[in-house]
Design a protein around this ligand. Sequence first.
Ligand code: DC
Length: 679
Amino acid sequence: MRRATFLDLPPLRTVGGTVQLPGSKSISNRILLLAALSEGSTEVRDLLDSDDTHVMLEALRQLGCIIEPLSARALRITGLGGRTAHAPDASPALTRLFLGNAGTAMRPLTAALALMGGEFELSGVPRMHERPIGDLVDALSALGCRIHYLGTPGFPPLRIAHGGGVPPLRLDAPVLVRGDVSSQFLTALLMALPLVAQTRDVVIEVVGELISKPYIEITLALLARFGIRWQREGWQRFTITAGSRYQSPGVAHVEADASSASYFIAAGAIAACPEGQNGLEIRGVGLNSIQGDIRFIEAARAMGAQVTGGDNSLHVRRGAWPLKAITLDCNHIPDAAMTLAAMALYADGTTELTNIASWRVKETDRIAAMVAELTKLGATCEAGNDFLRVTPPASNAHWRAASIHTYDDHRMAMCLSLAAFNPARLPVRIEDPGCVAKTYPGYFDALFQVAQADPEDIPVICIDGPTASGKGTLAAEVAARLGYHLLDSGALYRLTALAAGTAGLALDAPREDALARLAATLPVRFLPECILLDGRDVTQAIRTEEVGMQASQVSQLPRVRAALVALQHGFRRLPGLVADGRDMGTVIFPQAPLKVYLTASSQCRAERRHKQLISKGITTTIATLRADLEARDARDMQRSAAPLKPAEDALLLDSSELTIDETVARVLQWWQARRPFSA
Ligand code: DC
């Protein structure tokens, strides 16, 4: 599927209800690797389903792990017990691992594979090749491992050259590793060195100040769960106890991502609660999480959020408003601190985040990226190598409708989506919204479930046209490209006709009231892949010519039309709607900012329909089809209820000479021209 180029968020007003968070990326990839290194098999529950876990799973499969899905929320990994598929003495074959942009796969796999033996090449996307790994390679090389850079020294791609077996390792002296660039280097060593600690203690010493300590705490907590004994002296010296061996705990549960929780904690602090509701409940992570980013809560509270919680859930409400500006050393919450930068847009002064140098070597240079995007929104930013100061827009008039560049960085996309709560009620465009798949593929759906907008702020594009003009295809494609919902209003008349048939109701005027009652209470559910009527899949059944004719009959009854109005209005949901059908722009959504009337010559429409029918094995002639279409146009234009005619403010689009792609491009161009975003 084509990845959407942007997603427009309408201005959001309130937040309430319940959100279930996905599993943590950091915990997911650590548990996957630990299960892979263990003896025995591990059932992993609530694993995050994301780009970074996919590359890890694929790498583990290539290395010889057996991975079996158990259910939608669980899989079983049978571990290698410290051996790779290519045991050194068996085959020197080269295994190439592609690790995308997953630092949580690249760093620990490099260390583990270097200690297991075999020939490996580890590479990733171009950004991965700009993310440092030199300190880890230096530590492993000092031990005696043979690792070569295949591109720029100090960065992936790498080659581990242990085809003849792991060389003798120098484990008598402490393994030295720098801790001030990325804590993932230490994590990688902590997870790999138990493989060579059978007979002696292995000591790691951190050189320089260790950053992101909470991630080390996650690593240590998980090592213990997989049978490894360790001690630490402060944050400088770590000892893996001799005789440590990876043992599967049987079942390993992945906690939800505390960094993902931060977007909803922030939303709950920024937005008022809908009337009659009591704040926002966040499920999957609680106050006792092993993740350091849970301490984001303290910072959010300092800014004004009211947060309470239990073991596996949190509850947020708006407290102080506007939020209070803070100055905070963020070393303990490197990822979640980005969310504070977005909250700073709503504060009563300048917020200063310090000790964030690690932002510069993440998915993108996050300090530079934040400055650029917050500035576009109207904030004033100042930054240095390791700090960021954000002053919110001075008044509503200073906010800008910005198109937010996301730098292939999931956190940029999720943080900046919070700008949609702006008091100026401007929409926000998020470029490349699919980048959230790195840790939270369902993020925007979750946001739209708990956030509410004023209905008039939710955009609607209406598309109408004569039969066989291709409006259905156009509407579906435009909706897909914009990430909007789709209302195929003809389907509602088809469903009413089908339901009337089942109920034994004739489709004529004397039955109008009964038909209207039926239409008002249609037991219909629109699922992504099918339409259910009273629990029955009727996706195909409503598409027959016969049901089409019956739909045309019921659609001429004014009370049936009136009965379907509320159902149709209900399709106007976040983030937007493309509505296809007769009276969309005239009756149902008369205020829609874009109305398109799609036409094509009757000859052209007849030829298209002919092609369609031939492909279904139905024989007919173009001339007959053309005569039918013209007769139907005439009937449709003359009927009294909802006659076929363009809305007065509709833009006419003649597709006779255009391909579907060209038609879609034209409509998207019109839409772009109506949007307020500066480039
Ligand atoms: O677009 P379609 O073929 O699925 O529509 C079925 C019938 O319903 C067709 O006769 C047009 C009519 N219709 C209508 O009257 N009003 C709408 N909004 C949509 C369809």
